[in-house]
Design a protein around this ligand. Structure first.
Ligand SMILES: [Zn+2]
Length: 278
């Protein structure tokens, strides 16, 4: 019992020490574990954060010095995008309409170096390829309505325009006119090369069975062409402005919105553009 007591008391004495030691060890172990775990597991987030932070810090402090490489990159990107979108929106958007609204007449010759991508039609005629789908639709719809338009003139090169002019001059000279008179007379009918809308590939002359204002083909086209982006280019009563006699057969592509506006307003292209630019 004594022994037990001794033992017991010894144990009792030993126990607090052991417990303290154990607690200390445990505490140390816990601290070590906590430290180890902390230093390891946050490592990834911290590494993730720190580079970001350090990048930001590098970017920001450097921003003053290295602002040039870090900022300009995004700002160039940002600028490039808006500028590219802005330029296309302003440029190409304007350009996109520009080709449709290009004015060609005696006072406005074809722009220098003008080129156009042509689409060959089955009848051997050529037009600006961009107007082909609507032109085809217009002819398809006309046929559905019992109208069969035939193209007499479409895209012309400057050479072809000159040939036509020369033919008329020769014709009037043959009829007894002086050369100057023949040229003057021919120029009332044929445009000087470089000033004919036909060189744009946007104009069409449509043959009619008989030459009359009440010709069903011209009537149908004059009433419906705007739906396909075309206008009657040289209307009656606008000869002074267009410089061209009334031509019930000559249709010009300008795009649907413009064709609708021009048709509704009764303006000719010159008047419409004048109004648009003021
Ligand atoms: Zn024509």
């Amino acid at each position: 019992m004594n022994q037990y007591h001794y033992h017991n008391s010894k144990k009792k004495r030993k126990d607090p020490l052991g417990i303290v030691l154990a607690l200390l060890l445990l505490a140390v172990a816990i601290l070590l574990i906590v430290y180890f775990v902390r230093s390891k597991s946050p490592a990834s987030p911290e590494t993730g954060d720190q580079p970001a932070l350090s990048q930001q810090t590098t970017t920001d402090p450097q921003a003053s010095s290295s602002e040039t490489p870090s900022r300009p990159l995004p700002s160039t990107e940002v600028q490039t995008t808006p500028v590219t979108t802005a330029a296309p929106t302003t440029g190409p958007a304007t350009d996109e309409n520009a080709w449709k609204l290009l004015l060609v007449n005696a006072d406005h010759p074809l722009p220098e170096g003008f080129t156009v991508e042509l689409k060959a039609l089955r009848n051997g005629h050529h037009v600006d390829e961009r107007i082909y789908p609507e032109l085809q639709q217009m002819f398809d719809d006309a046929r559905s309505a019992g109208i069969y338009p035939l193209i007499n003139e479409s895209f012309r090169t400057a050479e072809r325009q000159q040939q036509i002019l020369d033919k008329y001059i020769a014709k009037y000279e043959a009829a007894g006119m002086s050369h100057d008179d023949a040229v003057t007379k021919a120029l009332t009918i044929v445009a000087v090369p470089g000033t004919s809308e036909h060189q744009l590939g946007l104009a069409l002359d449509i043959i009619a069975e008989y030459d009359s204002d009440n010709n069903p083909t011209w009537n149908w086209l004059q009433q419906n062409c705007w739906r396909y982006g075309f206008i009657l280019r040289y209307p009656k009563g606008k000869e002074e402005i267009t410089g061209i006699d009334y031509e019930p057969w000559h249709f010009r592509y300008v795009g649907v919105p413009t064709a609708e506006e021009i048709t509704e307003s009764g303006l000719c292209l010159e008047e419409y553009l004048e109004k648009l630019n003021h």
